[in-house]
Design a protein around this ligand. Structure first.
Ligand SMILES: NC(=O)C1=CN([C@@H]2O[C@H](COP(=O)(O)OP(=O)(O)OC[C@H]3O[C@@H](n4cnc5c(N)ncnc54)[C@H](O)[C@@H]3O)[C@@H](O)[C@H]2O)C=CC1
Ligand SMILES: O=C(O)C(=O)[C@H](O)COP(=O)(O)O
Length: 396
C-alpha cells in the first residue's frame, strides 16, 4: 500500500510505515503527481482536498489529523466514495488550556479578576465543553450558545459532552453576547444552513456585546469579519482581543495583529498530545478501513515531559497570580505572541512563509496533566482550581 503523508503530521512516517510505503511531502506542496499511485492520503489542515487533487488518483482513504475539516471537500469525497476521517476532540484540551493561559495572562497584565466574571461560549462541542469546565473551575459564570446541539437536545437519545443544565441551559446568541464579559468562539467553519458560521461575528454580533468585553477566537479566522472586529476595537466594545486564527492565513492581516492584545500563529491546538492524538486517530481509522491490525507501538514514542514537578510559594499571594505562574511555567502564551509579532513582516509572501515556519518549527508544549504542582501551604480552594484546569496538585 502507498501512503502520502503531509510533513507536519506528527510521527506520521513512523506510524504509517507500519502499514505500507510512505512518501512524506510538505503540506502545501501535495499535488496530483504525488498521488498517482497512492492508496491513502494523511494530512493536516494546510492541504486542501478537492476533486482537482484526487480526480486522477487511486486514493481511497483521506485522513486529516485535525479537529476541523473545512479544508476537505466532503461532498466530493462522499460522492466519489472516498472514505475520510478527521480527529474529533484530538486537540480540544490543548485549545481549552490555551484559553486558560490567555485569561490568566490578561489577569497578569491588566489585573482582570476571573473569579465571578461571565464568559459566553459559542459552540460547546469538544473544545467549548472543555472551556466551560475549566472556566467553571476558575469560578467564572458560564453561559452557553449552541443552536445545533440545542436542537439535538430535544431528541430522545441526546447525549453530549456538555451538560447544558449545569450552565443554565442553552441561551440565544444575543443573550449570551449581552450578558458576557468575555466571549469565545468554538464553532466549525461551515456554510451549511440553517446554522452557517462563516462571518458569524460581524457588525450586529459586536453591537450586541457589552462595551469593554474580551473577545477570543481560536476556531477559524473566517468566522469573524475582520473589519467588524476592528470597528469593535475602535469603539471600545472589544477592549482586548485574543486571536489565534486569522483570515487569511498564512498571510495574516497585520492591522488586526497590531490591535490584538494576544496574537498567536494558529497554535491553540498545538500541544504534543493534541498532535499525537490526531495522528493516532487517523492511524486507527486507516487500519479499520484497510482491514489491517494496528501494530504501531505509540507508547514508545511519548517523550518524558520537561516539567513533571512544580513547587509554588503561595503565602500572601493572590490566588489567580499563583495560577498564572503555574500555567506560565508550562505554557507561556506571551512568548508565542511576541514571536509572531517579531516575525510578522510587512511583505505578504514573506509573512506567509514565516507564519508557516513558526508553526512547522513550533516547540509543541505538553498538556497540564503532565505536571504535578506542590503548594508550599494550602490556601483554600487553590489545589482544587489547579486540578480543575488540568494539573495534578498536592495536597490531594
Ligand atoms: N486553533 C486551533 O488550533 C484549533 C481550532 N479548532 C477549531 O475549532 C472548531 C471547533 O472544534 P471542536 O469543538 O472540536 O468541534 P465540535 O464539532 O466538537 O464542536 C463544535 C460545536 O459548535 C456547534 N455549532 C455549530 N454551528 C454553530 C453555530 N452557528 N452557533 C453556535 N454553535 C454552533 C456545534 O453544534 C458543536 O457543538 C473546529 O472545527 C476547528 O475549526 C479546533 C482545534 C484546534
Ligand atoms: O485541529 C484543528 O482544527 C486545527 O485548527 C489544527 O490545530 C490546525 O493545525 P494544522 O493542521 O494547521 O497543523
Amino acid at each position: 500500500m502507498n501512503i502520502v503523508v503531509a510533513e507536519t503530521v506528527l510521527l506520521g512516517e513512523e506510524a504509517f510505515s507500519t502499514l505500507g510505503e510512505v512518501q512524506v511531502v510538505p503540506d502545501r506542496e501535495i499535488a496530483p503527481y504525488h498521488l498517482k499511485d497512492a492508496d491513502a492520503l494523511i494530512i493536516r489542515s494546510k492541504t486542501r482536498v478537492h476533486e482537482r487533487l484526487l480526480a486522477e488518483s487511486p486514493v481511497r482513504f483521506v485522513g486529516t489529523a485535525t479537529a476541523g475539516f473545512d479544508h476537505l471537500d466532503t461532498r466530493y469525497l462522499d460522492r466519489s466514495e472516498i472514505a475520510w476521517c478527521a480527529a474529533p476532540g484530538c486537540n480540544a484540551n490543548s485549545v481549552a488550556e490555551y484559553l486558560v493561559a490567555a485569561l490568566l495572562e490578561l489577569h497578569h497584565r491588566h489585573g482582570i479578576v476571573l473569579e465571578g466574571r461571565s464568559i459566553g461560549i459559542v459552540g460547546v462541542g469538544e473544545v467549548g465543553s472543555r472551556v466551560a469546565e475549566k472556566a467553571e473551575a476558575l469560578g467564572m459564570r458560564v453561559l452557553i450558545n449552541d443552536p445545533p446541539l440545542e436542537a439535538m437536545a430535544r431528541t430522545p437519545d441526546f447525549s453530549a459532552r456538555v451538560d447544558p443544565q449545569r450552565y443554565g441551559g442553552f441561551r440565544p446568541l444575543d443573550e449570551v453576547l449581552a450578558r458576557s464579559e468575555i466571549v469565545t468562539l468554538h464553532v466549525p467553519l461551515t456554510d451549511e444552513k440553517p446554522w452557517p458560521t462563516r462571518g458569524l461575528a460581524r457588525c450586529p454580533f459586536f453591537e450586541n456585546m457589552r462595551p469593554g468585553s474580551i473577545f477570543i477566537n481560536t476556531c477559524r479566522g473566517e468566522v469573524v469579519d475582520p473589519e467588524a472586529l476592528t470597528c469593535a476595537l475602535d469603539n471600545g466594545i472589544v477592549e482586548y482581543a485574543v486571536l489565534d486564527v486569522w483570515d487569511p492565513e498564512p498571510e495574516i492581516p497585520l492591522g488586526l495583529l497590531e490591535r490584538a492584545e494576544l496574537g498567536t500563529p494558529h497554535i491553540a491546538g498545538y500541544s504534543w498530545e493534541g498532535a499525537l492524538n490526531g495522528t493516532v486517530a487517523c492511524y486507527h481509522a486507516a487500519c479499520r478501513f484497510f482491514e489491517r491490525s494496528a501494530c504501531w507501538p505509540v507508547v514508545e514514542f511519548v517523550p518524558d515531559p520537561p516539567q513533571p514537578r512544580l513547587e509554588l510559594e503561595t503565602r500572601g499571594r493572590d490566588r489567580e497570580d499563583v495560577l498564572a505562574e503555574a500555567v506560565r511555567s508550562v505554557y507561556d502564551i506571551a512568548r508565542d505572541d511576541a514571536t509572531l509579532r517579531e516575525y510578522a513582516l510587512p511583505d505578504d509572501a514573506q509573512r506567509g512563509s514565516c507564519f508557516d515556519r513558526l508553526r512547522r518549527e513550533y516547540d509543541r508544549r505538553r498538556e497540564f496533566f503532565n505536571t504535578r504542582v506542590r503548594l508550599r501551604d494550602d490556601p483554600p480552594g487553590l489545589a482544587g482550581k489547579l486540578r480543575g484546569i488540568g494539573f495534578k496538585a498536592d495536597p490531594e
